[in-house]
Design a protein around this ligand. Structure first.
Ligand code: NDP
Length: 324
């Protein structure tokens, strides 16, 4: 089968097409024939070496498709089930994968393969960020960076549905409309506006109780400056590069809190994973969160998807389409 893999870390050209033989699933695994594969920013970190992996390695964490075989110990899943996953072993950029059954969710009625591969990783991230890292409540004004991106598309609409006033940032004027469509009440264009000054203006000098920052290096200082006293800086990604080490004394003037969360830690057990997925499916099926049709690339052209994602050209979710 076709599998996109990395033999050496590097730019998008490090993504190589290999012809792999997939072994039978282990006793606790299911084999899934992929119909849609999610592209996530974390995939670029694995490819570039920012998050080291043992090489050679598969790449990709998210896909949806049909169960084709089940291991001897697997209960509750059978051949033909429509399923998705986003926290299995690396290797979703392939025609099929063997995934631990405990990391798989069944797709309910109304959640097709493209939608599932567009929302599982990004939407469960939105779920834990907004409901469990800092529980957003009606009346909160929050700041969310990259509001037109994949996580941003879901999180901003969800925060709005929870009753928040949402301030979103985007890189350029071209993405303002997308951020507004995602429920942002205020959109800050980082190429020409000072983030903290605008937040200060919008909140009448109060600052926000929480900043969700997946951009990292370019925004962390503005994020701290945008917080109100005792506010929470949620640093959940590094799209512009990692946040450098900084002394806790930077937090002193406003007694700020910092957390650096991961989806894996918030969906560590199968029960947590399925609760998170159920909450996501419910908010999608309610219509409160809508997802734009994703941009799809042939699996063999995964490098193009990475180039587009890293050049800040994209909005919403990206997919890879396996052949056949
Ligand atoms: P996005 O679709 O949001 O793409 C990243 C966006 O970041 C870009 O579109 C761009 O938006 C913005 N950005 C700002 N500066 C840069 C830069 N220098 N280079 C590239 N992009 C930049 O990606 P995802 O939705 O997949 O992920 C968003 C973030 O969430 C990532 O940091 C990812 O690692 C993180 N994440 C973290 C998880 C966790 O559990 N910790 C789980 C899932 C995602 P603009 O041009 O509008 O600024």
């Amino acid at each position: 089968m076709l599998a996109i893999r990395i033999h050496q870390v590097g730019g998008p050209e490090a993504l190589k097409a290999d012809d792999l033989l997939l072994p039978d699933p282990g006793p606790d695994e299911v084999r899934i024939r992929h119909r849609a594969i999610g592209v996530n920013y974390i995939d670029t970190y694995h490819r570039s070496g920012l998050y080291p992996v043992k090489l050679p390695s598969g790449i990709g964490m998210e896909a949806a498709g049909l169960v084709k075989a089940v291991g001897a110990n697997v209960k509750g899943l059978k051949s033909g089930d429509a399923v998705g996953y986003c926290s299995g072993p690396l290797g979703a950029y392939a025609e099929a994968a063997n995934v631990p059954a405990g990391r798989v969710v069944k797709l309910p009625e109304g959640i097709g393969f493209d939608l599932a591969a567009s929302i599982l990783l990004k939407g469960m991230t939105a779920e834990y960020l907004l409901r469990r890292t800092y529980a957003v409540k009606p009346g909160d004004t929050i700041l969310f960076h990259a509001a037109a991106g994949g996580v941003g598309q879901i999180a901003c609409q969800w925060a709005k549905a929870l009753g928040a006033t949402v301030i979103g940032t985007v890189g350029t004027d071209a993405k303002v409309g997308a951020a507004q469509a995602n429920g942002c009440d205020h959109v800050i264009v980082t190429a020409r506006e000072d983030i903290a000054a605008r937040v200060n203006e919008i909140t009448d000098g109060a600052g926000v109780p929480v900043v969700y920052d997946g951009v990292g290096k370019d925004t962390w200082q503005a994020s701290l400056a945008s917080l109100r006293p005792r506010g929470l800086f949620v640093s959940f990604g590094n799209a512009s590069g990692p946040v450098p080490a900084f002394p806790p004394s930077l937090l002193t003037p406003k007694s700020l809190y910092v957390t650096r969360p991961t989806l894996n830690a918030y969906t560590a057990t199968t029960a947590e994973l399925r609760e998170s997925a159920d909450a996501l499916f419910a908010v999608i099926r309610s219509g409160a969160v809508k997802v734009e049709p994703p941009k799809a690339y042939p699996l063999a052209n995964a490098a193009d998807a990475h180039r587009d994602l890293e050049s800040r050209k994209t909005t919403g979710s990206l997919l890879l389409r396996p052949p056949g």
